[in-house]
Design a protein around this ligand. Structure first.
Ligand code: ATP
Length: 210
């Protein structure tokens, strides 16, 4: 059997929206992934913006992808105590699935801050990376990031034949949707329908989060 290709997509998902899901599905198709795991991260306790609980963020993710076998929700970062570092998650996935090719999926804004992440350069020894274009994103990255990108970049269609450490940029349908926007919409008492999957919109209407 050929090597399993697993997409690893982490975020706050506070809440999950179509700007997460549609690009993720397109990346899965472009990079020929077998499966994508969505990993909600633990949020530092004193964030001063309205926030759903870890359980609510996980529940909304579960509702969002219930009909998609391609996706599943992995709550390991919520179960681990302390800050969630992507490198720890990749190491734990590597231990769980020694043969799999891990493909870390990052929005352009997340990738632009990669050089501030804990042990960030070690990510390239564990996983491939796909950057999802995001409206308002920039291709001007910090010099350290740029250096990695120029050395490692390949077309996304070639990713399945490449080793760990390869980086691809994915052109995905640009969707100017953010969790911040959804929290504002819900906070104003408006309907978040068509910005998030309908089961998530229903959950938000019922629970009155944000
Ligand atoms: P917030 O508005 O609260 O900052 P967010 O919408 O950016 O949240 P996150 O959960 O922080 O959502 O993002 C998780 C990941 O999804 C990040 O890698 C981010 O870049 C990516 N992402 C989020 N929204 C989009 C989008 N509209 N298009 C492409 N990538 C996105």
């Amino acid at each position: 059997m050929s090597q399993m290709r697993l997409g690893v997509f982490g975020g706050m998902f506070d809440p999950v929206h179509h700007g997460h899901l549609r690009p993720a599905l397109e990346v899965a198709e472009q990079a020929r992934l077998d499966h994508v795991r969505l990993l909600p991260c633990a949020i530092p306790p004193h964030r001063d913006i309205p926030s759903a609980t870890a359980e609510q963020r996980r529940d909304m993710l579960e509702l969002a992808v219930a009909d998609y076998d391609m996706f599943s929700v992995d709550s390991q970062e919520l179960e681990r105590s302390g800050t969630s570092y992507t490198i720890d998650t990749l190491e734990s996935l590597r231990a769980e699935l020694p043969e799999a090719m891990l493909v870390l999926m990052l929005g352009e804004d997340a990738f632009a801050g990669l050089h501030r992440w804990h042990r960030w350069q070690e990510i390239f020894s564990l996983a491939q990376v796909v950057i999802m274009r995001r409206p308002g994103g920039t291709e001007e990255f910090d010099a350290a990031i740029d250096q990695e990108l120029s050395a490692r970049r390949c077309p996304i269609a070639d990713l399945p034949g490449k080793d760990r450490g390869a980086i691809a940029m994915a052109e995905v349908t640009p969707l100017q949707i953010s969790s911040t926007l959804i929290r504002h919409v819900v906070g104003r008492g408006e309907d978040p329908g068509f910005l998030v999957p309908e089961p998530v919109a229903r959950y938000l209407r019922e629970k009155r989060i944000y």
